[in-house]
Each structure stands twice: as structure tokens, then as C-alpha cells.
Design a protein around this ligand. Structure first.
Ligand SMILES: Nc1nc2c(ncn2[C@@H]2O[C@H](COP(=O)(O)OP(=O)(O)OP(=O)(O)O)[C@@H](O)[C@H]2O)c(=O)[nH]1
Ligand SMILES: [Mg+2]
Length: 293
């Protein structure tokens, strides 16, 4: 049977809902999501397989990326490099905007980069749930002035509204090609990194201000029934927050992360979490290299 297959890079400012959208398009969780900007730090592939037309199948590989940002340290510098490198590689770009926010300078900066790539750009105006039609129409008009787009879709990654239509728009942009991944594979992240991300997601959820940005999680041991992981932070006071009174915070992170990890592994596990101070890891190239960031 004929196969359409290829890569669509997902671009946009931080926090506009890129990862939520990738998960929605893939029909399952591949990337963690949070209400804090700069949640996604690495390039993560989300793979969607399906039927494009009678006698034709597709493998749509979405390339979830960090948000566009002005680098502030070695970590954010490397994140932006990841974005720049991945954008050029795709067969198309999915440019995500947040319908709840003013479309402004940040989005125009992304627009300048993506409309120059020479591949079709599909704009997703995300988070339209519970917004008034008039407001959506105004935002669609502003979005349409960002560049020479192939298509523009209002969607809600959260409720699933408009997601099938968006997928139907992306699939025809893929060339005929081979299957890059087996049909049952949903992401390219190794299991250890997926588990680390699920733990980080809960730590992000439970912390605020500077702490979410200073967090990193590493899975050190993955055995049949045991996951041993370390949450790193940059300062002693951040460590105190992460540990919490009598260990209450790190315990909550573990309790909240465990169901997702068990669903991923398909069985119950014992989760051993510890918190450690790793000063200035975001500025340390060797540390970032080792973390694969
Ligand atoms: N109401 C609403 N909220 C959404 C929708 N999509 C995403 N969100 C929320 O927006 C926030 C950011 O979502 P993410 O998917 O992490 O955004 P992102 O663009 O990947 O962010 P970074 O990885 O930090 O660049 C989360 O709180 C999501 O729940 C949507 O369609 N509607
Ligand atoms: Mg993200």
C-alpha cells in the first residue's frame, strides 16, 4: 500500500500549546505539558499513523520543539539551536499561536524565521476553547497577516476541536516515502528520558517562579520494578523547596508521576526519588552535554 510519510516541525513562542497539540495529533502523550514557559527542552518526535485515503496510508512525524526565545544562558542557547536546526529539516512547518494572547512581536519573530524556510507553513490558532467567535475571527485575521501561509486552522489542543481537520491538512503535504518508524512506536525518546520527563512534569506543576527552570531530572536506574531518579536543582534553597517539609514535596512529585510511569511501563514500579544540588548546571556545557540537552 502507498505511504505518505514525513516530518512536520512545530514552531511557536513558549507556552502556546505546541506539545499539547503534538499529543492531540498523535492521539497519545509523547511530550510533557505545563503552564510554565520553556517546558520542552529537547526535540521530541511524535509519530501518528493512519489512513490518508483509500489505498493510501500515512506516517506523520511531528517534531515538537522548545519555544522560540532569546537565549539567557547556555541551556536556552542550546534549546534555540535545537529549534533552528530542526526547522530546516521538515517537509512542512506547523506554526502555533495562542488565541488567548495578543499576537505580537514574539510571534512575528517566529513568522520571519518560518516563512523563509521554503516549505509550506500551516498555522494553528490554538486555545480557541471558550472564546467568543468574534474574538477568534479577529485573531484569525491578525494571524493571516503574518506571512504567506498554506492554511490556517483555529483549534483547541485541549478539547480536540479542529484537530482532525488540522491532521487532514498536514498529511497531504507529506511526500511518498518509507515508514521511518514501526507502526507501534509513538515517540523516539528512550524510556529513561520519557520517565524523567514525566517526573519533571509533576515537579514543574508543583513549583513556581525560578524553580521550574532550575529543575532537571535524570533516571539513573531502570529495572523491572524499580525506577531510581535524581531531581537536580541549582541552589540549596531550591532543594529545600523540592524536598518539602519532612519530604512531603518530593513524595507528592513521586505519587503524581507514578501512574503515568506505570502506564508507560505497563506494570507497577517502586519510584525512588532523590533531590540534589548541582550548582549552575544550566551554564555548564559539560553537564548539558551529558544530559543530552
Ligand atoms: N485552554 C487551553 N489551554 C491549552 C490548550 N493547549 C494548551 N493549553 C495549555 O497551555 C499551557 C502550555 O501548554 P504546552 O503544550 O506545554 O505549551 P508549549 O508551547 O509546548 O510550551 P513550551 O514547551 O514551554 O514552549 C498548558 O497549561 C496547557 O494546558 C488549549 O487548546 N486550550
Ligand atoms: Mg512544549
Amino acid at each position: 500500500m502507498a505511504l505518505k510519510s514525513g516530518f512536520v516541525a512545530v514552531a511557536g513562542r513558549p507556552n502556546v500549546g505546541k506539545s499539547t497539540l503534538v499529543n492531540a495529533l498523535c492521539g497519545g502523550k509523547v511530550a510533557i505539558v505545563s503552564d510554565k514557559p520553556q517546558t520542552t527542552r529537547r526535540r521530541i518526535l511524535g509519530i501518528a499513523n493512519g489512513e490518508a485515503a483509500v489505498g493510501e496510508r500515512y506516517q506523520l512525524v511531528l517534531v515538537d520543539l522548545p519555544g522560540f526565545q532569546r537565549p539567557r544562558d547556555r541551556l536556552t542557547e542550546r534549546m534555540q539551536r535545537t529549534v533552528d536546526a530542526a526547522l530546516g529539516d521538515g517537509d512542512a512547518v506547523l506554526f502555533v499561536l495562542d488565541c488567548r494572547e495578543r499576537i505580537g512581536a514574539g510571534d512575528r519573530h517566529v513568522a520571519r524565521c518560518v516563512f523563509d524556510l521554503g516549505v509550506p507553513v500551516v498555522i494553528a490558532l490554538n486555545k480557541v476553547d471558550r472564546l467568543k467567535p468574534g474574538h477568534i475571527a479577529t485573531q484569525m485575521k491578525t494571524a493571516s497577516e503574518l506571512g504567506d501561509f498554506h492554511a490556517l486552522h483555529p483549534v483547541s489542543a485541549k478539547t480536540g476541536d479542529g484537530i482532525d481537520e488540522l491532521r487532514d491538512e498536514l498529511v497531504p503535504l507529506l511526500p511518498q516515502g518509507p515508514a521511518y518508524f514501526p507502526a507501534d512506536q509513538r515517540t523516539d525518546l528512550p524510556l529513561e528520558l520519557q520517565i524523567g520527563e514525566l517526573i519533571r512534569e509533576q515537579a514543574l506543576h508543583l513549583t513556581r517562579e525560578e524553580v521550574p527552570h532550575a529543575l532537571e531530572v535524570e533516571v539513573e536506574e531502570l529495572e523491572e520494578r524499580l525506577v531510581r531518579a535524581t531531581i537536580s536543582v541549582e541552589t540549596q534553597s531550591q532543594k529545600q523547596i523540592l524536598v518539602g517539609r519532612g519530604g512531603s514535596m518530593v513524595r507528592s512529585i513521586g505519587e503524581r508521576a507514578r501512574p503515568g510511569i506505570e502506564a508507560l511501563l505497563g506494570h507497577s514500579v517502586y519510584l525512588d526519588l532523590r533531590v540534589k544540588v548541582r550548582p549552575r548546571w544550566r551554564r555548564d556545557d559539560a553537564a548539558l552535554e551529558r544530559l543530552g540537552l
